[in-house]
Design a protein around this ligand. Structure first.
Ligand code: SF4
Length: 237
């Protein structure tokens, strides 16, 4: 589970902000642990990685790429209604039908292909068993997953979605031109290397994005991250 003790996360004051640096993208954002701590303190553990089963969690990690969680959640609900939330069901369903059902998550044809690729990998490498897959040493499994079409490092680790981008941008920590990979690497290098902590941070960001950092009229005065808001931006919120 994510570390609930803020003191265990290294903190550096006066961290550089991305859009003030000469280099296009810095190696890390040392201030991010403070963001985690502030959100965790204000919102508590989210008990969230959006899925009821390990397979749903993996499906969610694929569907949430490059979109807000609400869109991925709608796609998962469709898959659940169609009784397709098992590896064997995803394996059997025609890809065009799968794509239709997950349309709300965006890039739905690509994501349907990714889901198919994952269950094919599971069948071939782990006899279709998630339990067997999870018994594989983490470093080996990570390499195996990275070799699966479309799974990529983003699925195995921190998920960057629209809320992440919006918050980083509004706080001057991103300029909006970074690639998915650049943002993912930036966040991962800024926090302790713990996939569950990454998931928790993502959940906290989703909560913040949905409840405070809305596209229009963000509620900065009620948000746990207001203290980090650059003065220049604060005045306009
Ligand atoms: S302080 Fe404002 S801009 Fe920053 S995350 Fe919260 S709502 Fe968004």
């Amino acid at each position: 589970m994510p570390d609930p003790h803020p003191a265990s996360v290294p903190i550096r004051q006066h961290a550089p902000r991305l859009n003030t640096l000469a280099a296009p993208v810095p190696d890390s954002l040392p201030i991010l642990p403070q963001y985690f701590d502030a959100l965790f303190h204000a919102q508590g553990q989210q008990h969230w990685w959006p899925g009821r089963t390990p397979f749903e969690i993996i499906v969610g990690a694929i569907l949430v790429q490059n979109t807000a969680w609400v869109n991925a959640a709608r796609a998962i609900a469709n898959l659940r209604d169609a009784k397709l939330l098992t590896p064997s069901a995803i394996n059997l369903v025609p890809q065009p039908k799968l794509a239709r059902l997950i349309r709300s998550s965006g890039y739905f044809r690509q994501k349907a292909r990714k889901l198919k690729a994952f269950v094919t990998f599971l069948r071939k490498e782990h006899r279709g068993s998630l339990a067997t897959m999870f018994r594989t040493p983490t470093s080996t499994l990570r390499l195996q997953l990275l070799a699966v079409h479309g799974i990529g490092p983003e699925t195995a680790v921190f998920v960057v979605d629209a809320y992440t981008r919006r918050i980083l941008q509004r706080h001057g920590l991103a300029n909006g031109k970074e690639s998915y990979e650049e943002i993912r690497r930036l966040v991962e290098k800024s926090l302790p290397n713990d996939p569950q902590l990454f998931n928790e941070f993502h959940a906290l960001i989703v909560h913040t994005g949905k409840n405070f950092c809305r596209a229009r009229a963000p509620l900065c005065s009620q948000c746990a991250l207001q203290t980090f808001l650059p003065k220049s931006v604060e005045g306009s919120r």
